[in-house]
Design a binder for this molecule. Structure first.
Ligand SMILES: Cc1cc2nc3c(=O)[nH]c(=O)nc-3n(C[C@H](O)[C@H](O)[C@H](O)COP(=O)(O)OP(=O)(O)OC[C@H]3O[C@@H](n4cnc5c(N)ncnc54)[C@H](O)[C@@H]3O)c2cc1C
Ligand code: FES
Length: 301
């Protein structure tokens, strides 16, 4: 059975709950971003890197629907669990979130979606673009806790946009991983894109490389196509505007590649489900982490 077929047969993660959460830390994180720690009961499932939650603001709030957010850190505190998030206040929901102070409460639904398959044998290569670093800080921590070193590639427009750089340094120092930096303007690390940097460094890393990436879709497409050309597995955390986060509203379609479509029909048929259908995967239930070869990049927004 191929790796893709095995993955298709693997049961998808579910088991979410909705709980009240308390803000226990909320501070500036540089380059206009914020770091948020939310305390939830220990009964809330422990997220794995790449999974996300839906943050639902309490009324009166300027937005009706929850907003999806990747988990950037998880800690335990007695019978409570602390979830860390790195986010940019870009619109009404995240700007209202930014007004929350310590002690304020909101609702959290999760953990949602499928995380990175960090157990895949090979050299874990984490590739972050800008604020896409969030789930990869968590991935570096999880790999380190499992005694595995990673190679961490981090790219952004400029030095200031390498948000979370200090935390990435700290994670990698603790666990012996290596950081590789690139900026478009050359203000930090190599001048160029993170894919240029990957191309330059890949030959010096112990094969096989297994890529886990998060960032803007254009970057993920470039990383995915680069990895597919080399025959390296690549797992990419995609983003879509979401409403329910649980597969019900059908609002977050991701176009399947012909191979993924054939595999879907073979393994799941055309029975209705909270996954997508043969043509489209739902980003919230089958993703947000997808294998690069499972998406039709011509049709990804
Ligand atoms: C699985 C997942 C994980 C995410 N993780 C993070 C994270 O860790 N940190 C973080 O800062 N953001 C993350 N996002 C994006 C975040 O959910 C959006 O920025 C947020 O929903 C915007 O809500 P808003 O009300 O502030 O903005 P809106 O007023 O709804 O929109 C403001 C602008 O943001 C754009 N936008 C809205 N939703 C998204 C989206 N999902 N992706 C890209 N652009 C969007 C809109 O098109 C618009 O231009 C994630 C999204 C998904 C799907
Ligand atoms: S957000 Fe509703 S189906 Fe994905």
């Amino acid at each position: 059975m191929s790796r893709a077929q095995a993955a298709a047969k693997k049961p998808l993660r579910s088991g979410w709950s909705q709980v009240a959460a308390e803000v226990v830390r909320h501070q500036d994180y540089g380059a206009g971003h914020r770091w948020l720690d939310l305390e939830v009961p220990r009964t809330f499932g422990r997220p794995v890197p790449g999974q996300f939650v839906q943050l639902l603001l309490r009324a009166p709030a300027p937005v009706l629907l929850p907003r999806p957010m990747s988990v950037a850190a998880v800690g335990e505190r007695g019978n409570r669990r602390v979830l860390g998030f790195l986010y940019g206040p870009v619109g009404s929901g995240t700007r209202a979130l930014a007004q929350h102070a310590e002690g304020d409460r909101l609702e959290v639904l999760g953990p949602l979606g499928q995380g990175y398959p960090l157990e895949t044998p090979g050299t874990p290569v984490l590739v972050a673009g800008g604020r896409g670093v969030a789930p990869l800080l968590f991935a570096a921590e999880a790999l380190g806790a499992a005694g595995r070193r990673c190679e961490f590639f981090f790219g952004a427009r400029n030095k200031a946009a390498l948000v979370g750089l200090e935390d990435a340094h700290r994670q990698l120092d603790r666990h012996g991983g290596r950081l590789h930096l690139a900026t478009d303007d050359g203000s930090k690390g190599m001048r160029g894109t993170v894919v240029d940097l990957l191309e330059r460094a890949a030959g010096r890393l112990p094969p096989p490389l297994v890529i886990h990436a998060c960032g803007p879709h254009a970057m993920l497409e470039a990383v995915g196509l680069w990895a597919m050309r080399r025959g390296s597995p690549a797992f990419l955390a995609m983003e879509s505007v979401m409403a329910c986060g649980t597969g019900v509203c059908r609002g977050c379609p991701m176009p399947r590649s012909p191979e993924a479509k054939a595999r879907y029909l073979e393994t799941r048929g055309d029975a209705p489900s909270l996954l997508g259908n043969a043509e489209y995967a739902m980003c919230c239930t089958e993703g947000p982490v997808f294998s690069a070869g499972d998406l039709d990049w011509e049709r990804v927004d």
